[in-house]
Design a protein around this ligand. Structure first.
Ligand code: SAM
Length: 213
């Protein structure tokens, strides 16, 4: 099984080393389309937030945002983006493996293009994301589907890192799906996500009776 980069921090430090924001400074389009779910005052976690486009946008909307990413270079750029926007985000440098996952802490966990995770890492990560939610909390997740391997316009060229409907239905089957939509769109999110893309967007709600640990 291909597990992705041998040294992900070094790889992403290098990718983010220039001043430009390689995924852009505007929020992910799918996430922005769900602005109505993200209410001022909500406590949210942005997983693997990169250069900060999504965390800054949520903070601008009045949410209380925690965000982390493995790359200190990317997190520095995110801090700059937040400072330039005049908002506060609680940033940390951490891998998903080392992040001190809290239980029952967040109104929403936002995971946009976190497909660095191989199946084993992903299984643990998805459990931790669910467990981090308060009752009624939301997971908002965007990723690529296997068809993206034909387009090559972003995302890892690794089939087992991509999301099928079946995979997400199984991983989040203990939640209520408000949306699970496979679709295609032309992305223009910086230089790295650019062109015709095969996507999935998922909004899942933690129901009151659910116990994820
Ligand atoms: C495709 S980028 C998406 C960034 C951001 N979510 C966005 O939409 O702009 C993937 C991100 O995952 C981060 N990453 C890779 N491996 C990681 C790991 N093991 N733990 C935490 N972050 C990781 C990278 O540094 C990068 O910022």
């Amino acid at each position: 099984m291909n597990k992705g980069f041998a040294n992900p921090q070094q790889t992403w430090d290098k990718r983010f080393e220039d001043d430009d924001y390689i995924f852009g400074t505007e929020p992910n389009v799918w996430l922005a389309g769900h602005a109505g779910l993200l209410k001022p005052g909500m406590h949210v976690l942005a997983v693997a937030d990169g250069e900060g486009r999504n965390s800054v946008w949520m903070a601008q909307r009045g949410l209380q945002v925690d965000a982390f990413d493995i790359t200190p270079v990317g997190v520095d750029k995110a801090r700059k983006l937040a400072a330039d926007a005049g908002v506060t985000v609680n940033y940390s440098v951490s891998s998903v493996e080392e992040w001190p996952w809290k239980v029952g802490e967040y109104d929403a966990v936002v995971a946009i293009f976190i497909q660095f995770a191989d199946p084993a890492t992903r299984a643990t990560l998805f459990k931790q994301m669910k467990s981090a939610l308060k009752p009624d909390g939301l997971i908002l997740l965007q990723g690529y589907t296997p068809k993206q391997l034909e387009y090559k316009t972003g995302g890892p060229p690794l089939l087992d890192h991509l999301y099928t409907e079946e995979l997400l239905r199984e991983a989040f089957g203990d939640m209520d799906f408000a949306e699970l939509r496979l679709y295609e769109d032309v992305l223009q999110e910086g230089s790295q996500h650019s062109g015709q893309s095969a996507l999935v967007g998922m909004v899942a709600r933690k129901t009151f009776g659910c116990h994820f640990r």
